[in-house]
Unconditional design. Structure first.
Lengths: 712, 155
């Protein structure tokens, strides 16, 4: 048994969450969401709500956007609470300090942090309540608590005495939360580490799962928002006379980001929006295009301030001079959109100085604060309920659409559902920034690297979103910059450049650009040395056992070195991201520049796993997501206008393009790593290396379109 | 002026303007929220429903064009998830975010209604109009095969 110190700060009793016996945010007037318990609900701590009718609700402080937290977060609590995972209900937490993600410093779902942040915290949360229930039973039966144990929702005592958690909840909730609790030895886990069926699947196969787009409030109207075609532009003037006369139109109102048409139905709002005439002040963004973004980034790489990433090893500049051979390469990862399938939306009801918000968000605390700020009301007068998210990928960390919904509701004095079109979504994203990676290596006479210089130039999302001071290293630009390999002299640098684009965190963030560059370059070095890219890497991992292990596992499983059908080739890549060690082998063929990915093999060591089936699902998901990124997607601009508008000109991988995916998971007792993102980044160089092996052409600027391959 | 149609076995007189896409009639007027909006251009398949048994993209299907026809939405599948496809989706834990899955299920249901033993190519052909941004394709494919086997046994 392990004993962990509980900090008061993290585990304050949150009895304020219980309002009139019902969970806060669960009994919203007129919404489909209902209190999950009929009885009186008690909240021994922030994670466990027990009703006297024995309904047990476990709280997920993270948003469910597909990654499985609706199941994995309760699994961690249930393990120590000693309840059957199928006996419980799940609720997504409202904004509250206790639910802050310690790895990110705010109530955020992202960065593949949910399990890493919750691993101890949630087990402690479950164990605390278990101990409180046992204490309550001990008091009731006047026996020593050491004679009692908690199992499957019951406290069991001597002489066959037993009491359900529900019957003890009222007394337990009055007890102090224990400072110290004993946690199970992992070998005794009954839930964690098992392939548990997702708790949200039943509602997602019969149409009843509630997403933001499905929210309805009494008296609700629908809004469609015309925003400036150039992001950042402002309304100069508008003529709504025609729109106002169209069927169903309630009002046309100006908000910070544009002009909203509000109508009795969404389609009426869309049609009337087409009749709207808006004059824009497009602002400086109108001069921007993707060529300028690249050109200014390249210029900054040569002239702007250089920030070291980590400590240099040896003296790369000196060692480069003595190298038998020096290789240089420049890699470019393009701007990309998130394009989650559920377009941006939120429902807001602003009335009498209070605001109710319901919808899909990855950032409860941000939404809460931003809306309170823009409406000029107190944060405690803003109530936020999170629905299921129809995809997130980082887009729903942003707050623009939430603030818009609140402003529109305030302007029309009614509950409003704001729903963007796909075109709105594609052209008003916070885009993944362009990445420019410049690498240089010195090889010895045997072709092995003696020096490596790495410089990445890109835009800081953290400066925009969280006010990171200028000339400060942005950790979300330096991920996977320092690779696994043992090279005696290395130097890694970052240049931060504001290109004028509106940028956002995009699944796997800077792992994408840095892993593409590092792993493509490693293959180029192996080629220059005349060595097999797998063996070349392995030779540089003598003291990196977790890296070497996954590399070997992936190579073996993929049949590295074994003959392939004519026209096929393999590529390999290796990375650590989110404390997860991963290797991939992609098997491709290329015909007239068109890449077909036949098979991707993944070996991953992410330490302890909560739900291995979810781990596999996230790897499968990441492979498909990363393939779209590698092969198809690029955001371009003309006169500041994003030119991609829908899934026709911003394609995503479809079923007929989806490869066979083989996964090897390493059993490990290391601390858990994140798995929602790393495979997204790593599949890109695995494919690029396979394409180079198949064609002899090295593509250094993504995506790997037929045109790019022909021109390489 | 209303347009009469049949939705999930019930006679409906829809009052929306006749050019309103069926998607918004189903969702906003009839309150059946399972059918989703993804692209508005018949590119993603999230809005797939059956019209007289054929899978159609309801975002590009004007209300007027379905007058007198039979429409089936995800809500036509059993709420207790007893349909072989729903069972297979649960067995394989297919959904991630779940947003596309109503459309995926309706496309799959249309496929299995006419082909109880689909090949990989048949499945690709029937399902490649449905985008899943979470990349659940391998599991969808496995689940369709599983459901087809169940349906063949039951037949």
């Amino acid at each position: 048994m392990t004993t962990l110190e509980t900090t008061r700060r993290d585990f304050l009793k949150t009895s304020s969450l219980a309002t009139g016996g019902l969970l806060m945010g669960m009994a919203l007037p007129g919404s489909k969401m209902e209190a999950q318990a009929a009885g009186t609900v008690y909240t021994p701590n922030a994670w466990v709500h027990i009703a006297d009718d024995n309904t047990i609700t476990l709280i997920s402080a993270r948003s469910e956007m597909g990654q499985g937290v609706y199941t994995s977060m309760p699994m961690l609590i249930a393990e120590e609470l000693n309840v059957d995972i199928n006996q419980i209900k799940v609720s997504i937490a409202p904004p509250a300090a206790v639910y802050v993600n310690a790895l990110l410093g705010a109530q955020i779902t992202g960065g593949s942090t949910s399990v890493r942040d919750g691993w101890e915290k949630l087990r402690i949360g479950g164990a605390q309540v278990r101990e409180m229930l046992i204490s309550a039973a001990a008091d009731k039966w006047k026996v020593d608590r050491s004679q009692l144990k908690a199992e499957r929702g019951m406290v069991l005592g001597p002489k066959g005495k037993k009491a359900s958690y529900g019957s003890l909840a009222a007394a337990a909730a009055k007890l102090p939360v224990p400072e110290k609790v004993a946690l199970k030895d992992p070998k005794d886990f009954r839930i964690v580490g098992k392939r548990v069926k997702r708790l949200d699947t039943p509602a997602k196969v019969n149409g009843t799962a509630e997403f933001g787009i499905d929210v309805k409030l009494p008296g609700m109207v629908y809004a469609s928002l015309e925003q400036c075609p150039v992001i950042g532009g402002k309304v100069k003037s508008f003529d709504a006379s025609k729109a106002k006369g169209m069927p169903g139109v309630v009002d046309v109102v100006q908000v910070n980001d544009g002009v909203a048409v509000v109508a009795s139905s969404y389609w009426q709002a869309v049609k009337a929006r087409q009749a709207l005439s808006v004059q824009w002040d497009e602002g400086p963004g109108a001069a921007l295009d993707h060529h300028k973004v690249l050109a200014s980034t390249r210029a900054a790489a040569d002239t702007a301030k250089v920030l070291p990433i980590g400590k240099p090893v040896g003296n790369a500049a000196e060692a480069m001079k003595g190298a038998a051979r020096v290789l240089k390469a420049e890699y470019i990862t393009p701007m990309q959109a998130h394009a989650p399938l559920e377009p941006m939306n939120f429902t807001a009801s602003v009335k009498d100085g209070k605001c109710l918000l319901i919808g899909p968000t990855q950032f409860q605390q941000g939404a809460h604060g931003a809306v309170a700020g823009v409406l000029g009301i107190k944060p405690e007068d803003v109530t936020l309920k999170t629905t299921f998210l129809g995809g997130g990928f980082g887009r729903r960390l942003e707050l623009d659409f939430i603030v818009q919904a609140a402003q529109i509701s305030k302007a029309v004095g009614r509950p409003v559902k704001l729903l963007w079109s796909r075109e709105d979504d594609m052209t008003h994203d916070f885009y993944r920034p362009l990445g420019l990676n410049q690498l240089q290596a010195g090889l010895d006479a045997q072709g092995m690297p003696v020096a490596l210089q790495f410089k990445v130039t890109s835009q800081s999302i953290t400066q925009r979103a969280f006010g990171l001071p200028k000339d400060t290293l942005d950790p979300f630009m330096a991920e996977a910059a320092v690779a696994a390999y043992e090279i005696p002299n290395t130097q890694h640098d970052l240049v931060i450049h504001d290109s004028g684009m509106r940028v956002g965190y995009w699944r796997a963030v800077s792992h994408n650009m840095n892993a593409f560059a590092n792993e493509s370059f490693m293959d180029e070095l192996a080629l220059a040395a005349g060595k097999d890219p797998y063996q070349y890497r392995l030779a540089l991992l003598k003291n990196r056992p977790r890296f070497a292990n996954v590399l070997k596992l992936a190579a073996e499983k993929a049949g590295w070195g074994q003959p392939l059908p004519a026209g096929r080739a393999r590529g390999i890549a290796l990375m650590e991201g989110y404390d997860t060690y991963m290797a991939q082998v992609a098997e491709v063929s290329v015909k007239d520049g068109q890449v077909t990915v036949h098979r991707v093999t993944v070996a991953a060591d992410l330490g302890r796993m909560v739900n291995p089936d979810t781990v596999e699902a996230q790897i499968q998901s990441s492979i498909v997501f990363g393939m779209s990124s590698a092969l198809m997607q690029e955001i371009t601009l003309d006169k500041g206008r994003v030119q991609q508008t829908n899934y026709n000109n911003y394609p995503v991988v479809r079923m007929n393009e989806s490869p066979q995916i083989d996964i090897v998971l390493v059993e490990s007792s290391e601390k858990p790593g994140g798995i929602g993102e790393p495979a997204t980044a790593l599949v890109v160089p695995a494919i690029a290396n396979a394409v180079a092996a198949a064609t002899g052409k090295r593509v250094r600027k993504l995506p790997l379109t037929p045109e790019a391959i022909r021109q390489a | 002026m209303s347009i009469k149609l049949n939705v999930n076995g019930k006679a409906v007189a829809a009052k929306s303007e006749s050019d309103t896409p069926l998607l918004w009639v189903i969702r906003d007027e009839l309150g059946l929220n399972g059918t989703k909006f993804g692209c508005g251009a018949a590119l993603c398949g999230a809005c797939t429903v059956h019209v007289n048994g054929q899978p159609v993209r309801s975002c590009q299907t004007p209300l007027a064009s379905v007058a007198g026809k039979k429409v089936a939405t995800i809500e036509s599948l059993p709420k207790n998830n007893s349909h072989p496809l729903q069972q297979a989706w649960i067995k394989h834990d297919v959904p991630q975010c779940g947003y596309c899955q109503s459309g995926q299920l309706m496309s799959a249901a249309a496929l299995l209604a006419k082909n109880k033993n689909p090949s990989d190519a048949d499945i690709d052909q029937a399902m490649s109009g449905n985008i899943c941004r979470c990349g659940t394709y391998p599991r969808i494919k496995a689940a369709i095969k599983d459901a087809a086997a169940t349906m063949r046994k039951a037949a």
